[in-house]
Design a protein around this ligand. Structure first.
Ligand SMILES: N[C@@H](CCC(=O)N[C@@H](CS)C(=O)NCC(=O)O)C(=O)O
Length: 206
């Protein structure tokens, strides 16, 4: 039996989707959370000097996108057909682009620029993203289920993960006008393993 370890900081960030994949599949994994002090010692031993790193039977894999695709394939959470996998790729890429814009605004040091970026995020970036995701959701089962097939796959988890940041930190009302996406969020977060994880995981801002 394979052994798995996820190494990341004590936050969700680029590491949480990997954890969610393990949780959704009911696959045991070691959740290694390193402090900033520990990281200085660990960094030189990492394949690319970054985290997340997934260690599978002693072999270390860097790059969150590669890790998540590897696991989605391995844990049967990627979809059944090339088209379903591509839909999940589209969601993951769109979430990455969206997340970069949120991060840019969050870390902006200039107050005036930050205010402008934040306004833009709330008035344009988030509504556009929500609309794109809702349209994509509606392509499968009229939006009443999951992004592909009839069960949770990696795209559903990627959206849940980024919306935690949006709703928790930026715009709590982000899904109020999007009935189907709101119901999707409840469906995914109430699935038993995910629900248990959301309740018991370490509480962090991001
Ligand atoms: N493209 C990489 C980026 C990895 C990355 O920049 N990770 C950050 C944490 S989110 C990191 O390792 N920072 C500490 C450092 O670079 O020393 C991925 O997606 O895994």
């Amino acid at each position: 039996m394979s052994t798995y370890k996820v190494t990341y900081f004590n936050g969700r960030g680029r590491g949480e989707l990997t954890r969610l994949l393990f949780v959704a599949a009911g696959q045991k994994f070691e959740d290694e959370r390193v402090t900033r002090e520990e990281w200085q010692k660990l960094k030189p031993n990492m394949p690319q000097g970054t985290v997340p790193v997934l260690t599978v039977n002693g072999k270390m894999l860097p790059q969150s996108g590669a890790i998540n695709r590897y696991l989605a394939r391995k844990l049967d959470l990627y979809g059944k057909t090339n088209e379903e996998m591509t839909t999940n790729d589209i969601i993951m890429e769109t979430v990455n682009d969206f997340r970069s814009k949120l991060i840019q605004a969050y870390f902006e040091q200039d107050d005036a620029k930050k205010a402008e970026l934040s306004k833009n995020i709330k008035e344009q970036t988030i509504p556009n993203f929500v609309e794109q995701m809702e349209n994509l959701l509606c392509e499968n089962n009229d939006g009443s289920g999951f992004f592909v097939g009839s069960a949770i796959t990696v795209g559903d988890l990627a959206l849940l993960d980024v919306m935690e940041v949006v709703i928790g930190l930026i715009l709590p009302t982000a899904l109020d006008q999007s009935e189907k996406l709101k119901a999707h969020r409840e469906r995914v977060s109430n699935s038993p393993r995910i629900k248990e994880w959301l309740e018991k995981r370490p509480k962090t801002d991001m």
